[in-house]
Ligand binder design. Structure first.
Ligand SMILES: NC(=O)c1ccc[n+]([C@@H]2O[C@H](COP(=O)([O-])OP(=O)(O)OC[C@H]3O[C@@H](n4cnc5c(N)ncnc54)[C@H](O)[C@@H]3O)[C@@H](O)[C@H]2O)c1
Length: 261
């Protein structure tokens, strides 16, 4: 398939300060690159220092800064937002993207595994959103975009932790949009289908993910490219979407519409 090219220059992105969590790899890296290419200054948070260094190296031609922090740690999150403010000014766009999967029979999930999944996939989004909204309130608005998943709107056996945390993201998106609309803050979520990241390719090579089966179930017959997720993110963050808030937008090649087969 031909590599996805971003369509256009999106109004209202150049010059903005964008924070991306889980920015060192996968969808988060691609989002960071897409916003940087549009002329935004991008503050990239990730707890994997080595991956972050590699990502910064790849984006050295752009205005980006890396920050190593675990987004489940409230003091580290608060320090990261302060550091971003000192480098780039108040945050205009927050991308809550860090997340992990947990596919396991519910009877076997340990409490540390459950808590880690809830902390990373749900609590960290609240922490970062609260920090961002404090700055956005002072500057009269901003945009918060959460990475949910097709699994935020679908359910299955052996995915209780992932599905319920991602459904929580869908609900948090609505709650915060309802509350912060009067502050000029839009809150949205993106629900990607299976996306061809390095991690997905590794799982495919190890035969722990049956990509051919996923493609068969998807009406458009393939996985998403991370650049396609970034395209939706650019649109939602731009002035073109300035009446959009509170909703989760799936980008899944029709996977959810098709249900399970
Ligand atoms: N790849 C997919 O098929 C897919 C589909 C739907 C939704 N998603 C969601 O998209 C998001 C990104 O997924 P991905 O596939 O790009 O993942 P990935 O594992 O490739 O990248 C995630 C990044 O987040 C970082 N990270 C994880 N926990 C962190 C924490 N506590 N603090 C700071 N950084 C942390 C990791 O170090 C990594 O760099 C996740 O929320 C995931 O649930 C992914």
């Amino acid at each position: 398939m031909k590599k996805h090219q971003h369509q256009t220059q999106y109004a209202g992105i150049a010059g903005k300060t964008v924070i991306v969590t889980g920015a060192a790899a996968g969808i988060g890296f691609c989002l960071s690159k897409a916003f940087a290419e549009q002329g935004a200054q991008v503050f990239m948070i990730d707890f994997n220092q080595d991956a972050l260094n590699e990502a910064l190296q790849a984006l050295q031609d752009y205005t980006v800064q890396g920050y190593a922090a675990n987004v489940t740690d409230d003091e580290a999150v608060s320090a990261a937002f302060e550091a971003c403010k000192n480098s780039f000014g108040f945050v205009d766009v927050l991308f809550n993207n860090a997340g992990i999967s947990l596919n396991k029979p519910s009877l076997d999930i340990t409490m540390p595994e459950w808590r880690r999944c809830v902390d990373i996939n749900l609590t960290s989004l609240f922490l970062c959103s609260q920090q961002a909204a404090k700055q956005m309130q002072q500057q009269g608005g901003g945009v918060i975009i959460n990475t949910a998943s097709i699994w935020g709107l679908s359910t299955s056996a052996e995915r209780t932790a992932y599905c319920t945390t991602k459904a929580g993201v869908v609900s948090m998106t609505k709650c915060l949009a309802a509350e912060w609309g009067e502050l000029g803050i839009r809150v949205l979520a993106i629900g990607p289908g299976y996306t061809r990241t390095a991690l997905v390719e590794k799982l495919q090579q190890q035969n722990t993910l049956d990509v051919a089966d996923l493609e068969r179930r998807t009406p458009l017959g393939r996985l998403a490219e991370p650049e396609e997720i970034a395209e939706l993110a650019l649109f939602l963050a731009s002035d073109a979407a300035k009446f959009m808030t509170g909703q989760t937008y799936l980008i899944d090649g029709g996977w959810e519409a098709n249900g399970f087969q």
